[in-house]
Design a protein around this ligand. Sequence first.
Ligand code: DC
Length: 226
Amino acid sequence: MTEKIIIAIDGYSSCGKSTLAKALATKLEYVFIDTGAMYRSIALYFLRNHIAFDDQASIISALHNIKLHFEFNADTQKSDIYLNDENVESLIREMSVSSKVSEVASIAAVRDFAVAQQQAMGIDKGIVMDGRDIGTVVFPQAELKLFVTADPLIRANRRLLELQAVDPTITLAMVAENLQHRDLMDSTREHSPLKQADDALVLDNSHITKQQQFEIALKWALERMG
Ligand code: DC
């Protein structure tokens, strides 16, 4: 029998981490958790409720009122995130949330709140989780750690295609600026900044297909499953 493992996938914004994580989870029949969706949902709650990002007391009390869970969506064949029982999977991808989420994700209390839930989800292993601090903070003991990278312009063009499906007025310049801003915030913040774990394997997908990327990662995963 093969052993269940934890697969931690980290990297910059719009590198295709979620696509890879989802494909691996489907193939291995593992749980897939998009941790970015958790930070985005918290950001959405803060924006809706006008929580100031520097008001520690309001942040703590807001976090007490936030319940997050994932539910499988048979139509899209992926899990949607629910914020207090409301499906917010589409709303959290809008620019209004994208432009504020890095600030929210840099708040220590927010990270403690999200990380505790992520660690609980991995208790039985058999999980693929993607984010920025999964291999360094959430699961430093993960059997497989991937650090996914891609050329910034290629990433911006990929994200543009996704966003234009929802809002045709979005331009490449807007997307590139948002990605640059998030990369900088994510990698320079004080609490659990994005960084490659010492034992992570780097996967640069600038010039390979999704299928090739998947095959490389799957081979690495199978090697670790015994
Ligand atoms: O992966 P994403 O673009 O949906 O992530 C949204 C934001 O959340 C991004 O700015 C980085 C932050 N994030 C984080 O700080 N830690 C994680 N584990 C996942 C996401």
